[in-house]
Design a protein around this ligand. Structure first.
Ligand SMILES: *Cc1c(COP(=O)(O)O)cnc(C)c1O
Length: 511
């Protein structure tokens, strides 16, 4: 493996350079921090001049793949353009400089924004209440399942099972397991949709919920959704909507109307708040009225012409996030919704579906499409037949990266071998989609003429091929200083001995 061309700032640090000067602390630390919590020696901050530091971070930033520089058809992740106007809104001093401990009377604008965003999301997905606290989709899943669990506990019903399709995103069974449910799998049929007969055989009085995404992770609309909702409700269970695929149907139809009782939304997917690289997300959860008493505390209520937090919710599952969620994301999502209006949101979804179908049609002679017919906002192809199986989905993904296009999601969903999951989103031009197709043609030609050459790519990027297994099993998540003694060495005893100091691979993202 090649090393990243940019060493860590700690590795570049020179002892001859003066330590960084920090601004005066705004609080009297001597008075407030007890002696035993105060550090005994200065932190080992890297010693570099200001221009050196600036160049360091600029070079690191240039190593990124990002939506502001590249087409990013990462299926299931809705990597759409993040409007710059959203950033302006989030940067308004009245929003950016709030402190979460301010008095309610001094944050009426922020509370109003949260209240209005809740109303907008309720209208878009067809639910009665929304919590804005969860920090991501997976966190939203967990929050909703906790509410469903609390709902059944309050009725004295024991329902230990959650049903999840075999095509589901990995976070679905993970969230269910983290809540203490046992996960029951339901099969997909030959058409890529839930096998309704199999679902009937799995539903019982032990079922707490069925978790579904619609369109599903294959980009296919679950046409039997009303029958499935009726079957779930007939055994007294709840229907949960994984809203990661909402970009296919905003303003066109609503999960609430399909019979879903709880819905999470990924503001960082559908509602243009930036994501990727582990930055802040937001996974609000909407619920129908009978789950509303269990919402996390506090809710925001409109009262007497103003707004207030309501902590007095005895059945609440409690707080699920410090303070009130990732507020900056809420501002961006609200700005987007206002700018688009309901017609604009519907147009966005229609364009997303059109773009995906255009690409699907244009790549059908290059890749194998396991499911016939139209897709929604994304589609799943298989690379299993490219060059008679001499290359893999991973090789095609790396070939795209080499040519300046972010790879599609690979090897997900699990039920399609050598899966490439492609989601162009509505924000890309036809010219960009055509460039993608031309690039894919070039890669498939190379796969046929010289598969070994494709397997050697990428050649021009800082990192070529990774040991994916080691990266997933033995991640080295922090750099340890090579100090021989003192506090730092003691603090680092927990890290693996002799761990290599090199950039770590992360598993292929599906979020
Ligand atoms: C992204 C995604 C999730 C999880 O959302 P995060 O915000 O990444 O936690 C869940 N389900 C599906 C189908 C997704 O695409």
């Amino acid at each position: 493996m090649k090393h990243a061309p940019e060493p860590l700032s700690f590795e570049k640090s020179r002892s001859g350079v003066a330590p960084p000067r920090l601004p005066e602390a705004g609080v009297p630390s001597r008075a407030t921090v007890p002696d035993h919590h105060r550090r005994r020696r200065a932190p080992e901050l890297p010693r570099l001049s200001e221009p050196e530091l600036l160049r360091h971070y600029s070079r690191l930033a240039a190593l990124n793949f990002s939506i502001s520089e590249h087409f990013y058809p990462l299926g299931s992740c809705t990597m759409k353009y993040n409007p710059v106007a959203n950033e302006e809104a989030a940067r308004l001093p009245g929003f950016a400089q709030l402190h979460p401990y301010q008095e309610e009377a001094s944050i009426q604008g922020a509370l109003e924004l949260m209240w209005r965003l809740e109303q907008a999301l309720c209208a878009i997905v067809g639910v009665d209440r929304v919590t804005l606290q969860p920090a991501a989709g997976a966190h939203g899943e967990w929050t909703a399942l906790r509410m469903i669990q609390a709902f059944f506990e309050s009725r004295g019903e024991e329902r230990p099972e959650v049903i999840v399709p075999d095509s589901a995103h990995g976070t679905n069974p993970a969230s269910a397991a983290m809540c203490g449910f046992s996960v029951v799998q339901v099969r997909s049929g030959a058409d890529g949709r839930v096998d309704v007969a199999d679902l009937h055989s799995k539903l019982s009085a032990r079922t707490a919920a069925l978790m579904l995404t619609n369109p599903n992770t294959l980009g296919l609309f679950e046409k039997e959704i009303l029958a499935m909702a009726a079957a779930v409700h007939a055994v007294g269970a709840k229907l949960y909507y994984d809203g990661a695929n909402l970009n296919a149907l905003m303003g066109i139809c609503r999960p609430g109307d399909m019979g879903f009782d709880a819905v999470h939304l990924n503001l960082h997917k559908t509602f243009t708040t930036p994501h990727g690289g582990g930055g802040p997300g937001a996974g609000p959860v909407g619920v129908k009225v009978d789950l509303a008493p269990f919402l996390p505390r506090p809710t925001v209520e409109a009262e007497g012409g103003g707004y207030r937090f309501d902590f007095d919710r005895p059945l609440s599952i409690g707080r699920v996030r410090s303070f009130y969620g990732n507020f900056g994301m809420l501002v961006r999502a609200y700005a987007y919704i206002l700018a688009m209006g309901s017609d604009g949101l519907a147009q966005a979804s229609q364009d997303a579906v059109l773009a995906a179908n255009y690409l699907r049609k244009r790549v059908e002679h290059l890749l194998h499409l396991p499911y016939a017919g139209y897709c929604m906002h994304e589609f799943v192809a298989s690379a299993g037949r490219v060059a008679d199986g001499r290359v893999r989905a991973l090789d095609i993904a790396k070939g795209l990266l080499e040519r300046g296009i972010h790879a599609p999601t690979v090897y997900f969903p699990l039920i399609v071998p050598e899966a490439l999951m492609i989601e162009p989103t509505e924000t890309e031009s036809k010219a960009t989609l055509d460039t993608f197709v031309e690039t894919l043609v070039e890669i498939v030609e190379l796969a046929n003429s010289d598969p070994a050459a494709l397997r050697g790519e990428p050649r021009s990027l800082p990192i070529s091929r990774l040991d994916e297994v080691a990266a997933a099993r033995q991640p080295v998540l922090r750099w340890s200083p090579t100090l021989d003694s003192g506090e730092n060495a003691a603090a680092d005893r927990s890290s693996p001995q002799g761990a290599p100091r090199q950039p770590q691979a992360v598993p292929a993202p599906t979020a």
